[in-house]
Design a protein around this ligand. Structure first.
Ligand SMILES: Cc1cc2nc3c(=O)[nH]c(=O)nc-3n(C[C@H](O)[C@H](O)[C@H](O)COP(=O)(O)OP(=O)(O)OC[C@H]3O[C@@H](n4cnc5c(N)ncnc54)[C@H](O)[C@@H]3O)c2cc1C
Ligand code: SF4
Length: 573
């Protein structure tokens, strides 16, 4: 986002990318079938999310680039080493943070407040949604804000299984409303939107018009996690980088592993040093302004590794808070089998390859009234039905058929196919002192760069929230006349996913009002180095239940507006 915004404003931008170049149109395997892949597309060590998942050269492990965990910690760190990063692969779930999410401490005394409020970011949410294309409904529930009229694209109709869940969840008091996903259900208006988004900027309007004209609407048939070569969903490589490059203002250097931010005697950033992975040589580039967007943890790593006699604790770290307050999303899931969904007539259930509806958090009042034993909420992502079968689609049959095989197994497969539902809670984690990353004093990666060491601890709030998720999912499954696949966990440590496993890690360079208690100001500008900015998830002060990427994009746009203003005023650059 930052490269796009700066390039259309006429600045010369150099993008250094640690991964390889990636052509989403030529390389995306979206039209392949599971049967064409080894093990019918099942996941493995190199491809944990399945053979065709869009992450190349990355995953839970990046060969030659380890990270470590402090004793007692089992943090997982998903990294992509490719142009566009994880946006080639992500789930496209794009929920806005609400008013409460920016001021959590004011509401319940825990964590910290953001130095900005919802109304500061709302215009950027609108603009980002228009730019990237997001479908959703216009419900306006507590702390679940609606977009301005005309911003969202129409949501797809709920699937049969989604309607059934809604029917049975509603009497339990759980709302089920259209989900918001960065997937286009219709083509963008390539004449109107560029003028609306970039008034008075002919260059921006031209490149964005071309880009929007090249994007098609979703045809509801292929898995978004494999990437989208028709550009119907959002990934940086199809939506932001092409128009940025079309300005002629951007150069991208792939295989460039940034090691540190270099700083001059005046304390300002002079550029960065990086390893050219193809030649293994150290290189330096100069810049008037440095923007870090290497993902929350990696940005902390770069800053902490930028040590010198001038900055013995790393750059932008006078507060000592770089790496601190690392957060992920609370995750817990439960599945079940619903007899009412057995023997469904064959029908196409694919749709946009994610949920069409979801459950926003619904118990704000109970929580404020002290009726729950944990703070902060979660939303529920769920699904089921007769999507294209792949490896593992019939894994649950064993329990139901007691080991049938041959003809009776095939009959059972037809009977039960589409009768399973799953629910995943995605909840807020409150930042704590025990969850952070730092430089491991002993381990370096294959480029000689010191690696990160993670420390992690869930608090009771998160553990209890995970138990509440499981209990809720069991209630909904039972209300549907079904049976949960396992007993809901009552032990939070068993119910909750590992730190990092939901792949929503944020924090590490939090923003704030005070340079002593934060790393960045509300415009994601370093307090210490005023020509240094951060536009990934690192500036997050809290990690609301809303998946972070839409907020990362909206914040990045706000940051670049401020950055450009500062340059115009000659405050920086
Ligand atoms: C399977 C999956 C599903 C997800 N689903 C969702 C979802 O539904 N909704 C949601 O909001 N989020 C989701 N996420 C999370 C989402 O992908 C991230 O929040 C988002 O991509 C973060 O963007 P980023 O630019 O900060 O980091 P990244 O996307 O990780 O990009 C960082 C980039 O920096 C490069 N880089 C790293 N280190 C260096 C270095 N030292 N030098 C130079 N370059 C470097 C990387 O190669 C990469 O290209 C999901 C992620 C995954 C993997
Ligand atoms: S479901 Fe739609 S958005 Fe997703 S990959 Fe297929 S065409 Fe693209």
């Amino acid at each position: 986002m930052a490269a796009y915004q700066l390039a259309i404003a006429g600045l010369k931008v150099l993008v250094l990318e640690a991964g390889r170049s990636y052509d989403p149109v030529r390389e995306t395997p979206m039209f392949k079938l599971p049967r064409e892949a080894p093990l019918r597309g099942a996941g493995g060590r190199e491809k944990p999310f399945g053979f065709y998942d869009a992450t190349v050269d990355g995953g839970w492990e990046v060969p030659g680039e380890p990270y470590t965990n402090a004793p007692g910690t089992d943090f997982r760190w998903w990294r992509a080493r490719m142009m566009g990063g994880r946006t080639n692969h992500w789930g496209r779930i794009s929920l806005r943070m609400g008013e409460y999410d920016f001021k959590p401490k004011t509401r319940d005394g825990l964590g910290a407040d953001w130095p900005l409020s919802y109304k500061d970011l709302a215009p950027y949410y609108d603009k980002t949604e228009l730019l990237i294309g997001v479908y959703g409904g216009d419900d306006d529930l507590e702390n679940t804000p609606r977009s301005s009229p005309g911003v969202l694209q129409p949501p797809p109709a709920p699937r049969a299984v989604e309607m059934l869940v809604k029917k049975h969840a509603t009497p339990l008091g759980i709302p089920v409303i259209p989900a918001h996903l960065a997937i286009m259900t219709q083509r963008q208006n390539a004449d109107r939107l560029p003028k609306l988004l970039h008034p008075g900027n002919a260059l921006a309007q031209r490149v964005l018009r071309q880009s929007m004209q090249s994007r098609a609407a979703c045809f509801y048939a292929t898995p978004c996690g494999w990437g989208c070569s028709i550009k119907a969903n959002f990934q940086s490589t199809t939506v932001l980088l092409p128009p940025a490059l079309a300005t002629g203002n951007v150069d991208i250097v792939p295989d460039a592993m940034v090691r540190e931010v270099t700083v001059g005697k005046d304390g300002l950033a002079t550029g960065v040093s990086y390893i050219d992975k193809r030649t293994r040589q150290d290189r330096r580039v100069k810049a008037r302004v440095v923007v870090l967007a290497a993902s929350a943890a990696e940005t902390a790593r770069i800053l902490l590794n930028s040590k010198s006699s001038q900055n013995p604790n790393g750059v932008s770290n006078s507060s000592g808070l770089v790496g601190k307050y690392l957060m992920d999303t609370v995750g817990a899931g439960l599945g079940g089998q619903i007899p009412m969904l057995e023997n469904l007539p064959p029908h196409n259930n694919d749709g946009a390859s994610a949920m069409h509806v979801y459950m926003p958090w619904w118990q704000y009042k109970e929580q404020l009234g002290g009726k729950l034993d944990f703070a902060r909420g979660y939303h529920v992502e769920f699904g089921g039905g007769r999507g294209m079968p792949g490896n593992g689609s019939f894994n649950f049959l064993e329990n139901l058929t007691q080991g049938a095989y041959g003809k009776s197994y095939k009959e059972a497969a037809r009977r039960y196919y589409g009768s399973f539902v799953w629910f995943d809670g995605r909840g807020e984690m409150i930042p704590n002192e025990d969850s952070f990353c730092e430089i491991d004093p002993e381990v370096v990666d294959q480029w000689g760069i010191p690696v990160l060491r993670f420390h992690w601890k869930w608090s009771d709030h998160e553990l209890k929230q995970a138990v509440h998720m499981q209990k809720t999912f069991a209630e909904v499954i039972t209300a549907m006349g079904g049976k949960p696949g396992s007993e809901p966990q009552t032990d939070g440590n068993k119910a909750i996913a590992k730190g990092g496993q939901i792949i929503h890690e944020v924090g590490t360079c939090r923003m704030g009002d005070d340079a002593r208690t934060s790393v960045l100001n509300q415009y994601c500008q370093s307090w210490d180095v005023k020509n240094l900015f951060v536009t990934d998830g690192a500036p997050f002060v809290s990690n609301a239940d809303k998946n972070p990427t839409l907020s990362i994009l909206a914040l990045a746009w706000r940051t670049t507006d401020y950055l450009l203003e500062q340059m115009r005023k000659k405050e920086i650059g």
